[in-house]
Ligand binder design. Structure first.
Ligand SMILES: [Zn+2]
Length: 60
């Protein structure tokens, strides 16, 4: 999870432009999302890690 978030690409500065980038984190919203590579800046908000299933947020 951490590795996916910290993944850097030499060819793309913007994670939304990079087909290898899977996860985006929005600091203001404190949300994680799966990047939808449809040419727009869409994400699917997720609440659990897609790799380990662990919760991404503290239980409120
Ligand atoms: Zn790239």
């Amino acid at each position: 999870m951490q590795a996916a978030l910290e993944m850097n690409c030499d060819a793309h500065d913007d994670p939304f432009q990079c087909p290898d980038s899977l996860i985006a984190y929005h600091e203001g919203l404190n949300q994680f999302g799966l990047i939808v590579h449809d040419g727009d800046r869409n994400v699917v908000v997720i609440r659990h890690c897609p790799w380990c299933g662990g919760a991404l947020y503290e239980a409120a």
